[in-house]
Write a protein that binds this ligand. Structure first.
Ligand code: NAD
Ligand code: IPM
Ligand code: MN
Length: 356
């Protein structure tokens, strides 16, 4: 029997509503596979910031360093500027634990009324199965820069995008390697046609890493055209590798194309397993629906499934995905974002029934 210690950070808003469904699913699927979980909850959030002046304690990272994995809901709430809540919690975890891969699979499930179905009546929508491999440690999310001359006529803000050969190489390697276990195709998001200096460098490094994966076909696409193609022809993609900001935008875009960002999961992975990886839905704290019990829990539940696979239980991870797929296909207990009227609890119960 395997026993894992999981750090739980529900965070703010609907983050707190989608984490209990995720742990309920972990416990249910764990029972079938001889896997148990011990959860340590952490109240790190904007509420904590309001009370204590910081998102997490000074030794916060050390408190979760030895856990097997981290499950996070979402952070961000009114009263705390987003750049404060994120730079004090989410980004430090990703960086301290070298979670340089942000893995974001997107599938169109039968039964989800995606925007494409209406737009293209001929589509079956069955064939979308892609993964955004987002660089998660550098790029546009850099600490180099700042705001200067506040309140003066010359006021300005600047931020340097930082790309390193080591950083681009390791994310490219991850994407190419992943493609060898999928349909063997990689699309690299770029912007090398403009006056951006970093992207020709990204292209060059990706091209050099591609040589080590002769079985993988790959191409570069400009991010603007690529975004349009994700909307018009999403089933043509297998693995998309992208910089931090481009990958962030593409993953919400692709998730919306698949029906709702409420379904989309993510794994912030430290592939070397020197540190815990962190699993979280792609969506945020959704203040507009928080507290109403209507948040879609499937993104958090699927994230828990990714966690199971990462911990070495891919059959259990696949069962979670199959339970999601079945539940959605039945069309009975869908949340509002999926065109239904069910609440978070009802949809969670429907998934749990399929796992018991
Ligand atoms: P959001 O993802 O919270 O919400 C965008 C829209 O999608 C809203 O209309 C929301 O109601 C809807 N939505 C999101 N998740 C849903 C779900 N599970 N079920 C049903 N509908 C859902 O993005 P935002 O509004 O840009 O950000 C709100 C806050 O969340 C901000 O403070 C932002 O910084 C933060 N945020 C945090 C994370 C994170 O912790 N990883 C990610 C994204 C945004
Ligand atoms: C995500 C979020 C974060 C990001 C924000 C909240 C900093 O949008 O995880 O996708 O941009 O990485
Ligand atoms: Mn995002």
């Amino acid at each position: 029997a395997h026993r894992y210690r999981i750090a739980l950070i529900p965070g703010d808003g609907i983050g707190r509503e989608v984490i209990p469904p995720a742990t309920a699913v972990l416990d249910a699927v764990g029972r079938r596979h001889g896997v148990t979980f011990a959860y340590d909850g952490f109240d790190w959030s904007c509420e904590r910031y309001a009370a204590e002046g910081s998102m997490m304690p000074a030794d916060g990272l050390d408190r979760i360093r030895r856990h097997d994995a981290i499950l996070l809901g979402a952070v961000g709430w009114q009263g705390v500027p987003d750049h404060v809540s994120l730079w004090q919690l989410l980004i430090p975890i990703r960086r301290e634990f070298a979670q340089y891969v942000n893995l974001r699979p997107i599938t169109v499930f039968e039964g989800v009324p995606g925007p494409l179905r209406a737009a293209r009546p001929g589509d079956t929508d069955g064939g979308v199965d892609l993964v955004v491999v987002r660089e998660n440690s550098e790029g546009e999310y850099s600490e180099v820069g700042g705001r200067f001359g506040r309140g003066t006529a010359g006021e300005l803000a600047l931020q340097e995008a930082v790309f390193t050969r080591a950083g681009v190489s390791r994310i490219a390697d991850y994407a190419f390697d992943l493609a060898t276990r999928r349909r063997g195709h990689v699309t690299s998001a770029t912007k090398s046609n403009g006056i951006v200096h970093t992207m020709p460098f990204w292209d060059e490094v990706v091209a050099s890493r591609a040589e080590a994966f002769p079985g993988v076909r790959w191409r570069s696409e400009h991010i603007d055209a690529l975004a349009a193609k994700v909307v018009l022809d999403p089933s043509s993609f297998d693995v998309i590798v992208a910089s931090n900001l481009m990958g962030d935008i593409l993953s919400d875009l692709a998730a919306a194309v698949a029906g709702s960002i409420g379904i989309a999961p993510s794994g912030n992975l430290n592939p070397e397993r020197e540190y815990p990886s962190m699993f979280e839905p792609v969506h945020g704290s959704a203040p507009d629906i928080a507290g109403k019990g209507v948040a879609n829990p499937l993104g958090a539940i699927w994230s828990a499934g990714l966690m199971l696979t990462h911990l070495g239980h891919p059959e259990a991870g696949d069962e979670v995905l199959a339970a999601i797929r079945d539940t959605v296909r039945s069309g009975k207990t869908l949340t509002r974002d999926l065109g239904g009227t069910a609440g978070t609890d009802e949809l969670t119960r429907a998934v749990l029934e399929r796992l018991s």
